[in-house]
Design a binder for this molecule. Structure first.
Ligand code: GDP
Ligand code: MG
Length: 177
């Protein structure tokens, strides 16, 4: 483990939310371990994964929480949100309903989390452009209106995943330092 014997300056809790099957677990696998598992069930039951990252000469440990499938039953608990300083609100660019539900997720997030939480709206599966059901402009407009960061990503092709997580971590750091 990279942070063995390493002094940690900050621990940031970041939560993944959004409909089932949008790619939350794969985004985490990509960011924390640079992996993509065709069989997603491999990560079920894991509460969070960490990645230690140098930001502005400080050692920041990102503790990134993934649901264990509770989102399917709308049973994400307040314990999940407690202490979170960042959130990745994920939808699937090929599934319009997953984008239509973003407002509901945002409401739940804002109801449970710290008011200064940094939120990134993530349109995942950008590799499936030919199946696109959510125009980039719709998402950009929503993000602007709600003061969210926004990026499209592909966990499969490792596009913008680093960038999305690092933007959130850097912004949290900027706020608290
Ligand atoms: P979760 O329920 O939100 O955690 O979603 P998963 O991470 O389990 O992914 C759901 C399905 O989408 C799985 O079959 C993944 O292989 C697939 N998937 C996840 N990310 C991507 C991506 O970026 N591109 C494509 N094409 N498929 C993806
Ligand atoms: Mg999952």
């Amino acid at each position: 483990q990279r942070d063995f014997n390493q002094k940690i300056d900050y621990v940031f809790k970041v939560v993944l939310i959004g409909d089932s099957a949008v790619g939350k677990s794969q985004l985490l696998a990509r960011f924390a371990r640079n992996e993509f598992n065709i069989d997603s069930k491999a990560t079920i039951g894991v509460e969070f994964q960490t990645r230690t990252q140098l930001i502005d000469h400080k050692t920041v440990k990102a503790q990134i929480w993934d649901t264990a499938g509770q989102e399917r039953y709308r049973a994400v608990t307040s314990a999940y949100y407690r202490g979170a300083v960042g959130a990745m609100l994920v939808y699937d660019i090929t599934k319009r309903p997953s984008f239509d539900h973003v407002a509901k997720w945002l409401e739940e997030l804002r109801g449970h989390a710290d008011k200064n939480i940094v939120i990134m709206l993530v349109g995942n599966k950008s590799d499936l452009g030919s199946l696109r059901a959510v125009p980039v402009e719709d998402a950009k407009e929503f993000a602007l209106r709600e003061s969210l960061f926004f990026m499209e990503t592909s966990a499969l092709e490792a596009i913008n995943v680093e960038s999305a997580f690092l933007t959130v971590l850097t912004e949290i750091y900027r706020i608290i330092s």
